[in-house]
Design a protein around this ligand. Structure first.
Ligand code: AMP
Length: 459
């Protein structure tokens, strides 16, 4: 890795450097160090960088610089054609990118706007009609605007595909191809992706010209600042173990991942009943509800934010101290994305995975991808804290049979005293010690700054 250098030597305009300094950045991150000079040279780029590496500034800063000669204060829309187009997989990432464009571009007269689905298309018209040099968009809504003739893409000089792997995962390839066909052939294309799958390489081969590859993390490696651990927990016990982890660490901000929207909603409700303030973000929630939940999380009014993988995409949360994988993702690469939410910008973070024996195969996939093995700690028979929660209703504490019911069933050590055969053996008697051992080596949150910003979902 290169030695840290100053932003001043990258060839950026003083107006941009001023905004960078005001954002509090002193040295460029490795991806910024590598990408900025190449983008300024006009090269196409294939950049492998996860969220949290500073990738947004890595493309935004040099793009602002490249567009500076076109900056003008004319009121005529014709003087403000779209010159840079940023495509993102989710509306929340789009919002976040445009916020970065505004932050870094606040001293230059370049206009930007963001368009994404899920909101009334008409509300996005005023900005487009006035004219913007930089447009951040999700693919579907961009095409809606193209079809309605609300914008033209024939003067785009720079195209940025942000989180390209996720765009492909979400099935945007046909939309991307359509959009690419509307752009001038003569342009600069920057592709950012957390991983370089064969599909991504094909996309780059088809649409980039002689790209330079830059890479800031080893292939599919997880952030080294994240302390990862695996607790083997029977599914039925996970919710109680999660509560214990949050309480025993005194955690004030925990991002919890589930596989399904239903589980995210249920788990958030369960945590609330268990005395831990929580909310869920997933695709069934309105944009407004999700933004509200995120805001509350960001401001520390919610301790646990429960999210699905898609919903968490684009979450920009600095130095989040703790991520819990309540369920492992079906896709090993999503594990890397998930834990990338902590240990950012050099801060230490912890990622704890609660793994039911049924998920062993998924754990092995993750280990294969990361080329490491996790010691399997055991978490069974973990006692609840003394102020053990009451069931929400009497019914839920009895005759637990349905999925809904087991979920709400209050955890008691006796719940798992006679586990089914496939469950892990319990070690009753030393429950608190077990928690301490399970969490062994994990530092409390206090050393980590807990600040924040937003999140996610598809258009
Ligand atoms: P990104 O990978 O673009 O999502 O950025 C992750 C976080 O790093 C964002 O909160 C940025 O504000 C922050 N960041 C970006 N560049 C720098 C830098 N050079 N120094 C410190 N923080 C940065």
């Amino acid at each position: 890795m290169n030695e840290p250098i100053s932003f001043d030597v990258l060839g950026l305009d003083p107006l941009i450097l001023q905004a960078v300094a005001e954002a509090g950045y002193t040295v460029p991150t490795p991806i910024q160090q590598q990408a900025i000079p190449l983008v300024l040279e006009g090269r196409d780029l294939m950049a492998m960088a996860q969220t949290g590496t500073g990738k947004t500034a890595a493309f935004t800063l040099p793009v602002l610089q490249r567009l500076l000669p076109h900056a003008n204060t004319s009121a005529s829309p014709a003087r403000h054609p779209i010159r840079a187009l940023v495509l993102t997989p989710t509306r929340e990432l789009a919002i976040q990118v445009q916020e970065s464009v505004q932050t870094y571009g606040k001293h230059v007269p370049l206009r930007s706007a963001v368009v994404f689905g899920g909101v009334d298309i008409k509300t996005q018209l005023p900005d487009l009609t006035k004219g913007v040099e930089i447009l951040v968009a999700t693919p579907g809504r961009l095409l809606d605007h193209v079809e309605s003739r609300n914008l033209r893409l024939n003067q785009v000089q720079v195209l940025i595909l942000d989180e390209a792997d996720r765009m492909l995962d979400m099935g945007f390839l046909p939309d991307l191809k359509r959009i690419l066909s509307l752009l001038p052939r003569q342009r600069q294309t920057l592709l950012f992706s957390a991983t370089f799958s064969d599909e991504i390489k094909r996309l780059a081969h088809d649409f980039l010209q002689n790209p330079v590859t830059v890479e800031v993390a080893r292939r599919n490696t997880a952030a080294e600042t994240v302390q990862q651990s695996v607790l083997m927990v029977a599914s039925d016990d996970k919710r109680a173990v999660l509560g214990d982890i949050i309480r025993s660490r005194g955690a004030r901000q925990v991002l919890v991942f589930t596989r399904t929207k239903l589980m995210a909603a249920r788990l958030a409700r369960y945590l609330e009943r268990d005395g831990i303030s929580a909310d869920a973000i997933h695709g069934d929630k309105s944009q407004q509800e999700r933004l509200k939940a995120l805001e509350a999380f960001k401001e520390g009014r919610i301790t646990a934010l429960v999210a699905t993988d898609v919903a968490a995409r684009g979450l920009d949360i600095d130095q989040l101290p703790l991520v819990v994988n309540y369920e492992l993702p079906p896709n090993a690469e999503d594990y890397v994305h998930r834990i990338g939410r902590t240990g950012r910008a050099g801060a230490r973070g912890a990622a704890i995975s609660l793994v039911d024996p049924d998920e062993e195969r998924l754990l092995k996939d993750i280990e294969k991808l990361l080329k490491r093995e996790f010691p399997r700690e055991r978490a069974g028979g973990v006692a609840r804290s003394p102020e053990s929660r009451k069931p929400a209703t009497a019914d839920r504490s009895k005759n637990v049979t349905t999925e809904e019911e087991w979920f709400y069933k209050p955890y008691q050590p006796s719940d798992v005293a006679e586990p089914p055969k496939e469950r892990l053996p319990l070690r009753p008697g030393k429950p608190k010690k077990q928690v301490a051992a399970l969490l062994g080596g994990l530092k409390p949150d206090s050393g980590n700054v807990e600040s924040h910003s937003d999140e996610t979902q598809r258009l």
